[in-house]
Design a protein around this ligand. Structure first.
Ligand SMILES: NC(=O)c1ccc[n+]([C@@H]2O[C@H](COP(=O)([O-])OP(=O)(O)OC[C@H]3O[C@@H](n4cnc5c(N)ncnc54)[C@H](OP(=O)(O)O)[C@@H]3O)[C@@H](O)[C@H]2O)c1
Length: 304
């Protein structure tokens, strides 16, 4: 019994040992367990299902807001987590803060174009021989009345929200594939939005369409990567506190809160919990899903 517990609670220090470790745990769990109490078995199974420790992840836009919430959840649960954003000082400061709970490394880069994507990918490749989880979170929005909406803003939003996740994913496929196995596939988590599912009446004309594209890109990538053991899912957040949402929540916060069936704004643990689930063995059979994390905004708000 002690030997079984020790084997299962062992945490691989290197990501390359991860799949081997998962197979070993699987074999132990299917061995006769008559001598174990029922509660022991249940607890070990839950630990195994949601345990993400020993994995390696990259969270784009991890310096603040939703990316930081996800990165913090990963770091606190033993994931070696890389974060990236344009402003080096802010990215470094977040990595230093999160490193108090585990391992967080800052790699600043502007991901809106191929040059910045190469900087990030080259740096990751020089440090890791495989990647377990890629979170495509970095994003931007723009608001202007329809007559004044600039073409540059349209392109800026589409580039960072849609184009960059595709080309970053393309560049990291080799590393993801090295961690992928049927028992615990590699994961890509796309950050969409409820604005890609419902029409937002604010004049953010390129944002909603960009997020609808993110959801469809999620399904397209999932379809193409399923036979390479890479699962691709999206989180569609409702309102969460962040720099992007600061003005909207500052001016319409109470109205937004009242419109959410659960009557509150999202919290760090709401976002971290869903990301951990999507990175863990518990979601191995989930791919091409778009999961609203929105207090019921999409599914339960009704029309009256
Ligand atoms: N907050 C919400 O309520 C909400 C709701 C639905 C969806 N979302 C989505 O969640 C994601 C995160 O948004 P947020 O609310 O947390 O916004 P945020 O606070 O503005 O954070 C955006 C992050 O992306 C980074 N970033 C922006 N442009 C970048 C670029 N060109 N290259 C690299 N990094 C870049 C930012 O850092 P730098 O400025 O230093 O580059 C920052 O780390 C976005 O995809 C957003 O659309 C948010």
């Amino acid at each position: 019994m002690r030997m079984i517990v020790n084997s299962i609670t062992y945490k691989p220090q290197r990501a390359s040992h991860y799949c081997l470790w998962k197979r070993l745990v699987g074999a132990i769990m299917s061995a006769p367990i008559a001598s174990m109490g029922r509660c022991d078995v249940m607890r070990l199974m839950m630990n195994d299902l949601f345990d993400v420790s020993g994995k390696v992840a990259l969270v784009t836009g991890g310096s603040r807001g939703i990316g930081e919430m996800i990165a913090e959840g990963f770091v606190a649960n033993g994931v070696k987590t890389y974060i990236s954003s344009r402003k080096a000082e802010a990215c470094d400061a977040t990595a230093t803060r999160l490193s108090e709970q585990g391992e967080c490394i800052s790699i600043p880069a502007d991901l809106s174009g191929s040059k910045g994507i190469s900087v990030l990918v080259d740096e990751i490749k020089s440090r890791e021989d495989q990647l377990d989880v890629l979170v495509n979170n970095a994003g931007a929005t723009w608001g202007a009345e329809i007559e004044e909406f600039p073409e540059t803003a349209w392109d800026k939003v589409m580039d960072i929200n849609v184009k960059s996740p595709f080309f970053l994913t393309q560049a990291l496929l080799g590393l993801l594939e090295k961690s992928a196995c049927p028992e615990d596939p590699a994961r890509i988590i796309m950050i969409g939005s409820v604005d890609g599912l419902n029409v937002n009446r604010l004049p953010t004309f390129s944002y909603g369409p960009s997020k609808a594209a993110v959801h469809h890109l999620t399904r397209t990538l999932a379809s193409h990567l399923a036979d390479r053991n890479i699962n691709v899912n999206a989180i569609a957040p409702g309102p969460f506190p962040s720099k992007m949402m600061a003005h909207t929540l500052g001016t319409m916060g109470e109205q937004i809160r009242q419109g959410v069936p659960l009557k509150r704004i999202g919290k760090s643990e709401d976002m971290a919990g869903t990301a951990i689930y999507l990175a863990s063995k518990a979601s191995s059979y989930v791919t091409a899903a778009v999961i609203p994390v929105d207090g019921g905004l999409i599914g339960a708000a009704g029309t009256l």
